[in-house]
Ligand binder design. Sequence first.
Ligand code: NAD
Ligand code: UFG
Length: 350
Amino acid sequence: MNQQTILVTGGAGYIGSHACIELLQAGFNVVVVDNLCNSKTEALSRVQQITDKTLTFYQHDIRDKAALADIFAKEAISSVMHFAGLKAVGESCEKPALYYHNNVYGTLVLTEVMAEANVKQLVFSSSATVYGECGCTQYAENFPLGPINPYGRSKAMVEDILRDLSAADTINQAKSPWKIALLRYFNPIGAHESGLIGEDPNGIPNNLLPYIAQVAIGKLTQLSVFGNDYPTPDGTGIRDYIHVVDLVKGHIKAIATLEGDAFGPGGCKAYNLGTGRGYSVLEIIDTFQKVTGQAINYKIAPRRAGDLAECFANPELALKELDWQAEKNLADMVADTWNWQTKNPQGYMQ
Ligand code: NAD
Ligand code: UFG
């Protein structure tokens, strides 16, 4: 059994809670720090119920340096999975300073505390949104970056900071250099197969799958399909949807890779986490209807500002270097989304 302790920032959130399950099941000790600004402790109770294991929870903001340092003093942390952050693109345009403060400054505080505690292994939640528009559809890690909203820029800034920290180790000939994996997620959907944990968005969802699920269960009346005049086979937007459990398995592989000889003594590398296959909005609706037997009421609406026609991952580097690839198909993702939705029509609010 692996008795290493992993600090999971944002561990009560959608992806972080699924990561806690995989970590506990893989035999790691798990310490969560979360300020609960977009989550509930019920998610962590259910993680413990599913795994029949316990984790340690600290309710703090990662920008609270003293509180964070105290966690590192108390717990024998070996690596950090850093999920804590704000993620709503629209809100980031209205409140950019909040996003930079939370996502960028928060990561600076975290890395300062980590360096002081000499814990220098980090897996960071980045996003496909860091890529610039390049006229292409399939994105590889060496493509130019060029995010188009404050949320995306906050992720790109953090990536720059982490690359710089790693580069400085070479200049300074650091004895224990940073080992950092920047994981660029494509479109995480789905839920744990138990249906006990899943995505619990506040208010009306922005993202496609939670919206469809709420139409199917009758909380919302109609889905708007944003544009059917894109240069794609059926005219609707194409994305690379990835099951959240596959995604978090990529994080466990990343930790193992950072510790392995192949990664080298230190460094900072980006990896796409996607399936490498895209589906259109109409294909998603069709699969949802077939898998769940629920009719989805939808209409064609104008395009949404800032949306690309098509975006999917080149996942080859993650296969080669992390020994990871997505295993679940779209029907699994839809079935698990629906299982979570039907078992928890009000999310974590009972
Ligand atoms: P989420 O909102 O469900 O989880 C984020 C968690 O971080 C929440 O529990 C929240 O309370 C916590 N948090 C936020 N700011 C904090 C702070 N300053 N201190 C302590 N805790 C804080 O989001 P998620 O979907 O689980 O996303 C996790 C990470 O993955 C985020 O960094 C997000 O930007 C990134 N990401 C998500 C997606 C996606 O589609 N879900 C795509 C790409 C990248
Ligand atoms: N869509 C609709 N109707 C909706 C919602 C979405 O037609 O009500 C369409 C969009 O136009 C797009 C597709 O469904 O073509 C997917 O949209 P999402 O909002 O679910 O996902 P995005 O690809 O726009 O963005 C998501 C996250 C970003 C993240 C990105 C890549 O919201 O934060 O994936 O990881 F950066």
